[in-house]
Write a protein of this length. Sequence first.
Length: 94
Amino acid sequence: MPQVDPPKDILPVLSALAEWFNLQKVPYAIFGGVAIGLIAQPRETQDIDAVAWIDLVDLPVLLKSATDFGFISRLVDPQSFAENTRMVLLTHTE
């Protein structure tokens, strides 16, 4: 199977996410379409799925640091949403 490069517009966002998590010392994993696209045949995707292991009491500080990497919450109250769903929904400004 020929090598196909992942979409170029998602790579800077993926890089920012990795840099943010690494600098904050947050264990994480990338999964979903982007992960598959990096190791196999890329497919059209507009999001990055990630799982991060954090304590919810640390979420406000983590979210504040997210803005330094271009990430902002998609919700008005991300803390309550995370406490109820164990998910944080972010968007990147790029």
